[in-house]
Ligand binder design. Structure first.
Ligand code: ADP
Ligand code: MG
Length: 245
């Protein structure tokens, strides 16, 4: 396997009862790549990300993280999850913990980093997103956009190999979407490897290296944003784009 491959999905299958939600997904994510997964509601986007983070088991196929099959039941789940940063749609912060404690939690508990070092890193990250003054505050003092930016910063505080972002702006008021996507764009510029789902087509066009269109649990089209968005081939993609534009 090429050194630059961070994640490789091979023949990934997942059903809930009779319902086949992922029907043989092949997907490769290279280092420093940002991949936007698009598709109609129910097409399997969230399930795809959950299988990578081991929140859902799979029925068949392989999930290779840096060449190791993490779908293997003998794998150390906690150690594997520690290598992946995740942010979901709903606000992810623990409400009873300060912003600083939220950001340092994984570094200290999972990675065993000393308190002073974890806090220095967290303060540096919070300063970078303009929220240094909120370190001691509880999440409910922050706007939805600020909370979601803290959630992103928390996900990267442990320098994960891969960042999974599932509709991180879907629950936000429209005027707050930009500040979160701006942070994601910055992370890309700094070399992060990101697999994300989004309905923000303008963002996908401008920031994604590749867009993957999921339709009924299959990748039916993928490629450079201009190709996928402006020259769609698959009828389901044509229909999808006519609805979101
Ligand atoms: P998307 O994120 O693209 O909207 P999801 O991955 O959330 O799609 O869901 C894909 C399909 O799988 C949907 O039909 C959904 O109802 C079903 N599904 C997701 N999670 C579960 C679950 N835990 N149990 C049963 N069905 C599920
Ligand atoms: Mg979803």
């Amino acid at each position: 396997m090429s050194e630059s491959v961070v994640l490789e999905l091979r023949g990934l299958r997942k059903a809930f009862g009779e319902h086949e939600v992922l029907r043989g997904i092949d997907l490769t994510v290279h280092r420093h790549e940002v991949i936007c997964v698009i598709g109609a509601s129910g097409s399997g986007k969230s399930t795809l990300l959950k299988t990578v983070n081991l929140l859902e088991g799979i029925d068949d196929g392989e999930v290779l993280l840096q060449g190791t099959d993490i779908a293997d039941p003998r794998i150390d789940v906690d150690a594997t999850r520690a290598r992946i940063g995740v942010v979901f749609q709903q606000f992810n912060l623990f409400p009873h913990m300060t912003v600083l404690d939220n950001v340092t939690l994984a570094s200290r508990r999972v990675h065993g980093i000393a308190k002073a070092e974890a806090e220095a890193t967290a303060r540096r990250l919070l300063d970078r997103i303009g929220l240094g003054d909120f370190a001691g505050a509880y999440p409910d003092r922050l706007s939805g956009g600020q909370q979601q930016r803290v959630a992103v910063v928390r996900a990267i505080a442990t320098s994960p190999e891969l960042l999974l972002l599932d509709e991180v702006t879907s629950a936000l008021d429209p005027q707050l979407v930009g500040e979160v996507l701006g942070l994601v764009r910055e992370l890309k510029e700094q070399g992060a490897t990101i697999l994300m789902t989004t309905h923000e087509m303008a963002f996908a066009r401008n920031v994604a290296d590749r867009i993957v269109f999921l339709h009924e649990g299959e990748v039916v089209e993928q490629g450079a944003p201009a190709d996928v968005l402006d020259r769609p081939q698959h009828p389901a993609l044509v229909t999808f784009l006519s609805r979101v534009h």
